[in-house]
Design a protein around this ligand. Structure first.
Ligand code: HEM
Length: 307
């Protein structure tokens, strides 16, 4: 990390995120070395999150239009359907933690049209795949993530859900975006959803312990400003790397800013509120929320409840 620049405020972070000289990848290494030659490396190279320039602008526009095609009411309805039709246990703090991580990715899977037979296995596969994207310098993590990706691809190819269909239709107008780019970026949505959304839900539940009368919307706003699920992001200028905090004492940029700002923020908010509302209506034991610790992660702050 550069020790020349001290990052002291959210305004400084925002300024860097808005500056086109700072890029999401080092200029000479678009794909991390250990991923090169693997399926996961091919996917990495095409992800909207990892690109800049014209390719990024076009893909981001298509991705944003696609996500916006699904209304808040529809997203809430699908989330409720997922919660009530999935066989997920809710009998301990550990089970609650697993449910919070599983439901959001099942919402994305349902909209893509992926038929998930075993939610627990699916969560493991998404976790391994995401870990390889976040920690591409660990060979073991990369190989496990690549195997998981191969299995996920097999499930994705026959899928015909409305999210896949809409993304394909929106991208059809541009020759830059081919079918494999669509597929890679659909799988990328799992990585984008996993820690962010479960981290947000867990922070809302934890805050409920001390503020039990707050509305779910107020819990959401508090959590986003005081417990940003993605605690930092990176930017490169030439070979210089900066780690940019997204959470400061008084304020946060929970969804980033500028050209890479999260296009899925209203999905995340709707899914989180729907899940928290559902859990609040259940006789969940208060003591389940008392003990929590952070999941090991270089860039996310995700609380896990334990007994
Ligand atoms: C509470 C949950 C979420 C949080 C906190 C979150 C946060 C973020 C942040 C901070 C970024 C910007 C990263 C950077 O600039 O380096 C980002 C990018 C992104 N997010 Fe989210 N996200 C969440 C959920 C979602 C969901 C549910 C989706 C879609 C289903 C999504 C899709 C994306 C995509 C595609 C990008 C990359 C955009 C680009 O590079 O232009 N996110 N997210």
């Amino acid at each position: 990390m550069s020790d020349e620049m001290q990052i002291e405020s959210i305004y400084q972070v925002k300024k860097i995120l808005l500056d086109s000289h700072y890029q999401v990848r080092p200029i000479d290494q678009k794909v991390p070395k250990l991923l090169q030659g693997l399926l996961i490396g091919e996917l990495f190279a095409k992800l909207v999150r990892m690109n800049e320039g014209e390719y990024h602008r076009l893909l981001k526009r298509h991705m944003t239009l696609t996500l916006m095609a699904f209304s808040q009411e529809y997203m809430a309805k699908i989330t409720k359907e997922v919660i009530t039709t999935t066989d997920v246990r809710l009998d301990s703090p550990e089970a609650l933690t697993k449910a919070i991580a599983t439901w959001p990715i099942l919402v994305v899977a349902k909209l893509i049209g992926i038929k998930v037979v075993d939610p627990e296995l699916f969560l493991t596969q998404i976790t391994l795949f995401s870990a390889a994207i976040v920690q591409p310098h660990d060979q073991k993590v990369v190989l496990l993530g690549n195997d998981a990706l191969i299995a996920l691809y097999e499930m994705l190819l026959p899928a015909k859900g409305p999210l896949k269909q809409t993304f394909m239709d929106v991208c059809a107008e541009s020759s830059l975006i081919d079918e494999s780019t669509v597929n890679d970026n659909l799988l990328g949505l799992f990585f984008q959803t996993l820690d962010g959304t479960s981290g947000l839900i867990a922070a809302m539940l934890k805050h409920l312990l001390s503020e039990s009368s707050l509305s779910s919307k107020a819990l959401l706003n508090w959590s986003l400003q005081h417990h940003a699920p993605i605690k930092n992001t990176k930017r490169f200028r030439g070979k210089e790397m900066l780690i940019l905090p997204l959470q400061f004492k008084e304020n946060a940029l929970p969804f980033g800013s500028g050209r890479h700002e999260c296009p899925g923020q209203f999905w995340a908010k709707t899914i989180a509120i729907t899940i928290v509302e559902y859990l609040r209506a259940l006789p969940i034991e208060k003591c389940w929320l008392l003990k929590s610790r952070y999941k090991t992660s270089p860039n996310a702050q995700v609380l896990e409840f334990y007994s």
